[in-house]
Design a protein around this ligand. Structure first.
Ligand SMILES: NC(=O)c1ccc[n+]([C@@H]2O[C@H](COP(=O)([O-])OP(=O)(O)OC[C@H]3O[C@@H](n4cnc5c(N)ncnc54)[C@H](O)[C@@H]3O)[C@@H](O)[C@H]2O)c1
Length: 451
C-alpha cells in the first residue's frame, strides 16, 4: 500500500465504482417544456416573414417560427418548383411564391426573412435582405468564404437590421445551464473540451433524396449556382449540395460549427488561435469532394484545448455531444441533458513509495502523515453527480426563434449575432484550411482574421 488518498479509496471500493454509483444521481428538471409561456399577440402587431430556401431546414425553421405567437408567413422563395408547391400545401394558397428572392425583398409587407439556402448563398441573401430593410434569421454556417464574415457584420452594423445565426443550441436551456455551471466552478479549471458527431446512415452522410421530377424545368439551375463554378445541370449537386465544396463547407461547416457555437457560448471564448485538422474520404466514395471523417484540434487562448471529430461511417450508434474536462470534474452535454461528475483533486499529493526500502517507506509515511493528516480518509463531501435535463418536448429551435422575434420587436441584441456567427463558422472552417494546406493554421479570434 503506497497511496494514501481518496482516489484510491474509490478504486478500492470497486473497479466500476464512480462518484455516481457511490453517491447516487442527483436529477433536476430544467424547464416546463418551454422557458416562457406564449403570450397572444394582436393581429395588427404580427411580424410578417418570408422564407428564402425552402428545403429541409427552411421548412423546419418556418414551422417552428410560426409557433411563436404573432408571426405570420407571407412569402416563400426557392429554386425548385416542388418546394414552392409544397409550401402552398403547408401554408395555404395565399402565400406568394417565387424563384427570385429579389421579389420577396422588394415587398414592403415583409419584416424578416429566414435564409435556408445552401451555404454558398447565405452571405448574399442575408446582405441583400438587410439592405432591403429586412431582419434576418440566417442558417449556420454563417459564412462559406472568410470574406463573407466582415461583409455581413458591416452590413448589419450599417443597416441596423437584426441578424441571428441559426445554431439553435445557443438558445437552449441545457446550454444556458452548462454555461452557468462552468462559471460557478462546477468542474474547476477548464482544461479540455472534446466533442463528437458520429453518424451511421446514408441520409446522415448527406445522400438526400432527389425528386423524380428534377430537371432544368423544375430546378432553376443558374439561380442555384449563383457564384459557384458554372457547370452543366446536375441533380445530385442541386439536392445533395453538401457533398461539394462549391456550395457547402464539408463536415466542418455543417457540424463542427454547432460544436464551436456550443463551446463559445458555454465558455464565453471568442475562438481558437491555432488549428490543425486531418481526415479523409473513407467510405462514401460517391464523387463528393469533401471528407466523411474529420478530426480537428484547436488551442484556445483561455488555456484549454478543443478536440472535435465527425465521422459518417461509424458502424455503431449515431451520437453527438460535448465533454468539458476540468480540474475538478467533467461536464457532459448529451441528448437533452447536461451532467456534471465531480471528482476534485485531493489536496494532498499522494505517495508512490513501494519500491523503497521498508525503513524508507516508514519514514516517508510518517513525515507525510504529519504534513497531510488524513482527516477525511473516506473522501470529502465535494464528490458528486448532478444531471440537469430539459423537459420532454423541449425545443431549443423554438427558443432560438422566440429570442430572434423578441429582438425584432425590441431592437435589442440577439443571442447569436453576426460576430458570434463569424467567430463560430470562422473557427470551424480553419479545419478545412488546415486539411487543404496540410499545415497548422492560425486565427485571431478577436480581430476575426486569419494570421
Ligand atoms: N441549424 C440546424 O440544425 C441546421 C440543420 C440542417 C441544415 N441547416 C442549414 O440550413 C441550410 C439549408 O440546408 P437544407 O438541409 O435545408 O438544404 P436543402 O437542400 O434541403 O434546402 C436548400 C434549399 O435552398 C434552395 N435554394 C438554393 N439556392 C437558392 C436561391 N438562390 N434562392 C432561393 N432558394 C435557393 C434550394 O432549391 C433548396 O430547396 C444549410 O445552410 C444548412 O447548413 C441547419
Amino acid at each position: 500500500m503506497h497511496d494514501l488518498n481518496r482516489r484510491n479509496f474509490l478504486k478500492v471500493a470497486g473497479a466500476a465504482a464512480t462518484a455516481q454509483t457511490l453517491l447516487g444521481p442527483n436529477m433536476h428538471m430544467l424547464a416546463e417544456v418551454q422557458s416562457e409561456p406564449a403570450k397572444p399577440v394582436a393581429a395588427n402587431d404580427h411580424i410578417q416573414i418570408a422564407l428564402i430556401g425552402a428545403g429541409g431546414q427552411g421548412q423546419g425553421d418556418t414551422k417552428v417560427a410560426l409557433e411563436v405567437p404573432g408571426v405570420k408567413l407571407v412569402a416563400v422563395a426557392d429554386c425548385y418548383t416542388g418546394r414552392l408547391d409544397h409550401s402552398k400545401e403547408l401554408w395555404g394558397d395565399d402565400i406568394f411564391t417565387t424563384r427570385d428572392y429579389g421579389e420577396i425583398l422588394a415587398r414592403k409587407d415583409i419584416d424578416a426573412v429566414i435564409v435556408g439556402t445552401p451555404d454558398h448563398w447565405h452571405k448574399q441573401v442575408a446582405v441583400d435582405a438587410m439592405k432591403a430593410g429586412k431582419d434576418v434569421y440566417c442558417e449556420k454556417p454563417m459564412i462559406h468564404l472568410y470574406a463573407d464574415g466582415p461583409e455581413m457584420i458591416e452590413t448589419a452594423h450599417k443597416t441596423k437590421q437584426i441578424i441571428q445565426v441559426g445554431s439553435q443550441r445557443v438558445s437552449s436551456v441545457i446550454y444556458a445551464k452548462a454555461k452557468e455551471l462552468l462559471a460557478a466552478g462546477a468542474i474547476g479549471q477548464l482544461n479540455m473540451v472534446t466533442a463528437r458527431w458520429d453518424r451511421n446512415s446514408s441520409i446522415g452522410a448527406w445522400n438526400y433524396t432527389v425528386p423524380l421530377d428534377a430537371s432544368t424545368e423544375t430546378c432553376d439551375w443558374p439561380r442555384f449556382l449563383g457564384t459557384a463554378p458554372k457547370i452543366p445541370y446536375n441533380a445530385e449537386h442541386f439536392f445533395q449540395w453538401r457533398k461539394w465544396k462549391a456550395y457547402g463547407s464539408g463536415v466542418a461547416g455543417d457540424l463542427f460549427v454547432h460544436l464551436f457555437s456550443g463551446t463559445h457560448f458555454i465558455t464565453g471564448s471568442h475562438g481558437p488561435t491555432r488549428a490543425m485538422a486531418t481526415g479523409g474520404l473513407r467510405f462514401w466514395k460517391d464523387g463528393r469532394d469533401v471528407p466523411d471523417v474529420m478530426l480537428g484540434l484547436f488551442d484556445y487562448p483561455e488555456g484549454f484545448n478543443l478536440s472535435l471529430r465527425v465521422n459518417f461511417v461509424d458502424g455503431g450508434e449515431e451520437n453527438e455531444g460535448l465533454i468539458f474536462t476540468g480540474s475538478e470534474g467533467t461536464m457532459e452535454i448529451a441528448g437533452n441533458a447536461v451532467i456534471v461528475s465531480r471528482a476534485p483533486l485531493e489536496k494532498d499529493p499522494g505517495l508512490m513509495i513501494g519500491t523503497f526500502t521498508d525503513a524508507m517507506q516508514t519514514r516517508i509515511r510518517e513525515a507525510y502523515l504529519e504534513k497531510y493528516p488524513l482527516t477525511h480518509p473516506m473522501g470529502e463531501p465535494q464528490l458528486g453527480y448532478e444531471k440537469y435535463e430539459a423537459a420532454h418536448g423541449y425545443s431549443d429551435s423554438y427558443d432560438h426563434f422566440r429570442n430572434f422575434f423578441a429582438s425584432v420587436r425590441s431592437r435589442q441584441p440577439v443571442v447569436e449575432d453576426a460576430v458570434f456567427g463569424f467567430r463560430a463558422a470562422g473557427a470551424a472552417l480553419l479545419s478545412n484550411l488546415s486539411m487543404d494546406r496540410g499545415a497548422v493554421v492560425h486565427w485571431d479570434p478577436e480581430a476575426m482574421k486569419l494570421v
